[in-house]
Design a protein around this ligand. Structure first.
Ligand code: KIV
Length: 277
């Protein structure tokens, strides 16, 4: 693939479909290979998601992920020097207490190589968003089924299913736009609610389980490629079953070693003829 012009925050902020652009794409990446492969595929944004907790680190949810862990994975993604914009998730409790603490934690992720940060929540996070953007760090919002609210939501449940809940989501979307967010992820909400929010906002919306009407779409790398260890959610499309291919390839290696078929003579270093002189 030919190298692309690096994608910036203003480039993404302009991608409202009402402005005539095609929907854009974001995929999660947690290390150099995943970032390099997704960037080569032409995605617009790479999200170093706190989903690293459950997709890569084998944890039940995202709540135990720390700023240091996010910085570690952001550095690995940045090592791929992608043209896609790198978004780093602010983990739970890194922006909930004091806005200055939120700015310091966001700066840690920018210094690790992110081009912007993402955080979850609505009007209740407006002060943190305003403080981070005042420090010249672009912020992406995240509303709906926000995994860091797992305990308060009582599980991973579709949100915005009543008129009141939908109205609160719209008010939260407007509040975080006013606080300075340049884009917002809408996760696990009915399409009609996502469409209403998308039409009401001047900033682009990025959907995951929010229907086809958002300005962009995001999927988790491991879900898209069949690398997960559980049945994917309804909104996931598994584009390739790489997990089965990996197990098949490693099984072939195990069988070849057992039978003596690996390594072959061609895969072996030989000493020069003079060795036995
Ligand atoms: O961490 C993550 O992967 C996310 C996506 C689900 C949007 O926040």
């Amino acid at each position: 693939m030919t190298s692309r012009t690096p994608i910036t925050v203003p480039d993404v902020a302009r991608r409202k479909r009402s402005g005539g652009s095609t929907p854009f794409t974001m995929v999660t990446a947690y290390d150099e290979p995943s970032a390099r492969l997704a960037d080569a595929a032409g995605v617009d944004l790479l999200l170093v998601g706190d989903s690293v907790g459950n997709t890569v680190l084998g944890r039940p949810d995202t709540l135990s992920v720390t700023v240091d862990e996010m910085a570690h994975h952001t550095r690995a993604v940045a090592a791929a020097s992608p043209s896609a914009l790198i978004v780093a998730d602010m983990p739970w409790m890194s922006y909930h207490l004091d806005p200055m603490d939120a700015v310091r934690n966001a700066a840690t992720l920018i210094r690790a190589g992110a081009g912007c940060v993402k955080l979850e929540g609505g009007a209740n996070r407006a002060a943190a968003i305003a403080a981070i953007t005042a420090a010249e760090i672009p912020v992406m919002g995240h509303l709906g089924l926000t995994p860091q609210s797992l305990l308060a939501m009582g599980g991973f449940k579709v949100q915005g299913k009543t008129k009141d809940a939908a109205a609160k989501l719209l008010a939260d979307a407007e509040a975080i736009q006013d606080a300075g967010c340049f884009a917002v992820v809408l996760e696990g909400i009915p399409d009609v609610v996502a469409n209403t929010i998308t039409e009401a906002l001047a900033i682009p919306t990025i959907g995951i389980g929010a229907g086809a009407g958002t300005d962009g779409q995001v999927l988790v790398f491991h879900d898209l490629l069949g690398l997960g260890n559980r049945t994917p959610a309804k909104f996931v499309r598994t584009y390739a079953d790489i997990g089965t291919q990996i197990t098949g390839a490693i099984s072939a290696f195990v069988a070849d070693v057992a039978s003596g078929a690996f390594p072959s003579d061609a895969e072996t270093y030989h000493a020069p003829k003079s060795f036995n002189d």
